[in-house]
Design a protein around this ligand. Sequence first.
Ligand code: ADP
Ligand code: MG
Length: 333
Amino acid sequence: MSVSKKIRVGIVAGGQSSEHEISCISAGGVLAAIDRERYEPVLIGITKSGQWVIPPDNQKLAIENGVLPEIVGGLEKHAEEAIEGLDVLFPILHGPYGEDGTFQGLCEMLGISYVGSGVLASAVAMDKSFAKSIFSSVGLSVAAGIVVNSAKGVDASHLKYPLFVKPARGGSSRGTTKVKDPSSLQSAIEEALEYDSKVLIESAVLGREIECAVLDIDGVATASPLAEIVIVGNHEFYDFEAKYLDGSTQVVHPDDLPAQTYKAIQDSAVAAFEALGCKSLARVDFFLSDGEIVINELNTMPGFTSTSVFPKLWQQAGVSYTELISRLISSAL
Ligand SMILES: Nc1ncnc2c1ncn2[C@@H]1O[C@H](COP(=O)(O)OP(=O)(O)O)[C@@H](O)[C@H]1O
Ligand SMILES: [Mg+2]
């Protein structure tokens, strides 16, 4: 009887973006669910200042009493040293320096396999203004909007209020504001500029928020069932608190959608995935406004805790969280 060696998987968590904590939570989920018969996971942390560390064994990776987890220290390593001896990396990193092609470029240069999209798709998807141009070019509808680099002298008079102001390369709704009248536009831009030097101002697309998880199954980009984000309680939109903290978000199956609309959203998700040249996985987010399907964004490394939308949607389609992790790793190899 031959005992095959386990595949050593570097689970990379934390990172330099504003979504550091969310990355930690996703990584905690993967560590808990990964098939340990087949894989030997090794947690690799990146601190908020960009240091690579092997976190201590008692590293927290969940929200406890409302406190978000963070990678603060551990055994310091150089990037190359940290990944030595690993067969594949699973960068569960969201946002800049992780989901934006930089990490992917490092892996390419070092010749190590990694889960997820490559350099270009990651970079384009990260920058909502570039992604929108490409989505439009393949016939998908996007919100009307402009890009600015400063809060001064902005002319948004041709855009219909309410507006959404958001960092071009943000995530988790950080730095995003709904602006109801011109008097609060400047402060909203200033807020977004805290997160990115490039800011999007968009007309609000009023309607429902629908998400679709795309997974590469044997080389075919396949759409999951759809999820609708329903926010209960006192939120103007799907903001950070609603997403992660106060339990006011419900993810439901939009049963009432006409079959044609349902299918059109799934097809649009696959079209967006292919337009950006994505690999492996992505979550594609839409608005449905008076029957019109408007694409909002595509995330190349969506939230990945066991209760996040991406894993939940594949669970509905019969792929368990553990199985999903195995598939992603095998496709990276
Ligand atoms: N143009 C828009 N119209 C309506 N709602 C929007 C618009 N842009 C952003 N939002 C709201 O803000 C949330 C976060 O914006 P999004 O572009 O998805 O950024 P993030 O990458 O931070 O998730 C969306 O889920 C939605 O609730
Ligand atoms: Mg979003």
